[in-house]
Structure formats: structure tokens, C-alpha cells
Design a protein around this ligand. Structure first.
Ligand SMILES: CC(C)(COP(=O)(O)OP(=O)(O)OC[C@H]1O[C@@H](n2cnc3c(N)ncnc32)[C@H](O)[C@@H]1OP(=O)(O)O)[C@@H](O)C(=O)NCCC(=O)NCCS
Length: 157
């Protein structure tokens, strides 16, 4: 079994869109994902197992921050440590890239998304703010979000 983390390519958009659709109520289209993978401000990564994509993360550069726009693991590969491995590989890549100015990880997560909160806390992210009514669900219910951050190069990997 070969596990690899690599930067995403436009050709990955179909599989990434399928994983996204299985994980989120509001699915992004393959075209939306393709645009995100191509955006110059973004940095997108996939974790592959014997060449097949099991997890992905789409990150956005914003000054000194790298914001996690989305991260997901395919249903059949959850709790295998893949999301953690993916973020750790990105953390290492950014730490070792002296050309990039990023210093801080940043993300928003719905307060009731317990698996994601557990993932971030297991990596040492800390809650720095709470945003009221940040997400609007399909049923019209608003949900608060926590803002988490961590120092780049310092995740508990
Ligand atoms: C959140 C998510 C990306 C985690 O992916 P994953 O590959 O299953 O996570 P990992 O296997 O790397 O988990 C690493 C650690 O996170 C924590 N964790 C992950 N999922 C968890 C769960 N369901 N319950 C409790 N802790 C969990 C654990 O500490 C775990 O370590 P352990 O398995 O040794 O206990 C995945 O559940 C997912 O795709 N969710 C839907 C999309 C989503 O909500 N993304 C986040 C948006 S902010």
C-alpha cells in the first residue's frame, strides 16, 4: 500500500467533487472545484492510496495566513488518519518553503461538526473566535462557527 500526498491537478476535480458531494449538504460542482484547483491564490492537495484519491484539502493564501477552505475524506476512508496526514504534509511543505510568507493556519468550522473539531484539536489548533450565525443550512437554520488557528510548522503531527 502506497500513501502519497501531492498537489492537486485539474484532472483530479471529478474525484474531489465526488468526495465533496458525499461529505457536504451543499455540494460544489466539478466545474467549481476545477476553478478552485486552478486559482492562483489557492493551494490544493490530495492524499492518494495506491494512486486513488482518498482525501483532499483546498487551502487559500491570504497574506500571512493559509486558510483551510475545505477538507474532506471519502466515506470509506474515514478514521484512517488520512486528513491528519494530509494537513501534516502541507504543514511541512509550508514550513520548508522559505519563499512563502505564511505564518498561521486559519479556518472556520461549524460548532456542531464534532469530527472536524476533534481533528483540528488533535493537531493543536486553538479556538480564537466564534462567529454567530456563520453558516446557513439547507433547512434555513443558522449555525455558529468557531475560528481555529495554529502556527505553521507547529502542528502536532
Ligand atoms: C473531518 C474529516 C475531514 C476527518 O477526516 P478523517 O480522515 O476521518 O480524520 P483522521 O482519520 O485523520 O482523524 C485524525 C484525528 O481526528 C479526530 N477525529 C476524526 N474524526 C473523528 C470522529 N468522527 N470522531 C472523533 N474524533 C475524530 C481523532 O482525534 C482522529 O485521531 P484517531 O482516529 O487516532 O482518534 C472527515 O470526517 C470529513 O470528511 N468530514 C466531512 C467534511 C468536513 O466536515 N470537513 C471539515 C470542514 S471544517
Amino acid at each position: 500500500m502506497l500513501i502519497e500526498v501531492r498537489e492537486a491537478e485539474p484532472g483530479d476535480a471529478g474525484r474531489v467533487a465526488d468526495i465533496h458531494a458525499a461529505c457536504f449538504a451543499k455540494a460544489w460542482s466539478k466545474l467549481d472545484i476545477e476553478r478552485m484547483l486552478l486559482a492562483e491564490t489557492n493551494s490544493s492537495w490530495v492524499l492518494t492510496r495506491n494512486g486513488d484519491i482518498c482525501a483532499f484539502a483546498i487551502l487559500m493564501w491570504a497574506g500571512d495566513d493559509v486558510e483551510i477552505l475545505t477538507i474532506a475524506t471519502a466515506l470509506e476512508w474515514k478514521r484512517c488518519g488520512y486528513a491528519k496526514q494530509l494537513l501534516c504534509a502541507c504543514d511541512n511543505a509550508f514550513k520548508n518553503n522559505s519563499d512563502e510568507a505564511a505564518r498561521r493556519w486559519l479556518l472556520e468550522v461549524a460548532v456542531d461538526n464534532l469530527p472536524a473539531i476533534a481533528l483540528y484539536e488533535s493537531l493543536g489548533f486553538e479556538q480564537i473566535a466564534k462567529r454567530r450565525n456563520y453558516y446557513r443550512r439547507e433547512d434555513g437554520v443558522n449555525v455558529d462557527a468557531f475560528v481555529f488557528s495554529a502556527k505553521i510548522g507547529n502542528l502536532g503531527c
